[in-house]
Ligand binder design. Structure first.
Ligand SMILES: C[S@@+](CC[C@H](N)C(=O)[O-])C[C@H]1O[C@@H](n2cnc3c(N)ncnc32)[C@H](O)[C@@H]1O
Length: 244
């Protein structure tokens, strides 16, 4: 494992592999699907299909997929998240399969899923473009031809600007190997270093396309659903892709 791969794990564990995150994501899982997700899932995933929920957390999306009649499988790199999903599964009417798995190296056969979803800006939790690219290539590998992938991603909002611009400009003063990429943000939470990335849309589009995923639809969440404007989280962009 190289240094970027190691750092990626550490940054994700600091944020999601903790008792606080377990409580938070169990309660988030109980809120179920956003209306925008519901619209896209029903339109782009064929009912009954085998669907992979990447970075499933405690199953906010995986449980509703199973309830709707999909064969849902959730994977997450953090055992606290999978532990939470398994706790919620005890009282669930439809029980998906959950696996502790790194999306950079999925233990699934080629062409074995009809659809995949990486929700709630999950790809932005992954440090380093190489790692994000690996996940998209793995997603493409496990999808069957014409299989669909739904991705949500943050986009640059004016209110992000001071946070990201300050760290990017400061990093220009650092030695080359310590400079951060555009859209990278490091911050301290509960005494631990955490990370989040807001991509330039054109970079993300070229990353998707170079992974073999054609974008067939994209729209901002708050344009897709008026109800979602009332959610606590910032607006995001949805990309629906199809394996070439
Ligand atoms: C923002 S949370 C979203 C959780 C869930 N999808 C939801 O909507 O509540 C992102 C999730 O991605 C997971 N994750 C990050 N990197 C991953 C990787 N390389 N492989 C699998 N899961 C990963 C994190 O552990 C975290 O649970």
């Amino acid at each position: 494992m190289n240094k970027t791969e190691q750092l990626t794990e550490e940054l994700v564990y600091n944020k999601f592999n903790t008792e606080e995150a377990l409580k938070k994501y169990i309660s988030i899982a109980r809120t179920k699907l956003w209306e925008s997700e519901e619209i896209l899932i029903e339109k782009y995933f064929k009912l009954g299909g085998r669907i992979l929920d990447i970075g499933c957390g405690c199953g906010r999306v995986t449980f509703p997929l199973a309830e709707k009649g999909y064969r849902a499988i959730g994977i997450d790199i953090c055992n606290k998240m999978i532990e939470g999903a398994r706790v919620l599964a005890k009282n669930a009417s439809h029980i998906p399969n959950f696996f502790l798995m790194d999306a950079r190296n999925m233990q699934f056969d080629d062409n074995s899923f009809d659809g995949a979803i990486f929700s709630f800006n999950g790809l932005s939790e992954v440090y380093g473009e190489d790692n994000r690219s690996k996940i998209l290539k793995e997603t493409n590998r496990v999808l069957r031809p014409e299989g669909r992938f739904i991705l949500s991603s943050p986009y640059f909002l004016l209110r992000y600007m001071p946070l990201f611009a300050a760290s990017f400009i400061c990093s220009k003063l650092m030695p080359k190997e310590e400079r951060i990429g555009f859209g990278d943000r490091f911050y301290i939470k509960n005494g631990k270093e955490c990370y989040f990335h807001v991509p330039k849309q054109k970079n993300l589009i070229s990353l998707l396309e170079s992974s073999g995923l054609d974008i067939v639809y994209s729209e901002k969440r708050n344009n897709l659903s008026k109800k979602d404007k009332k959610l606590d989280s910032f607006d995001c962009m949805f990309y629906v892709c199809e394996k070439k």
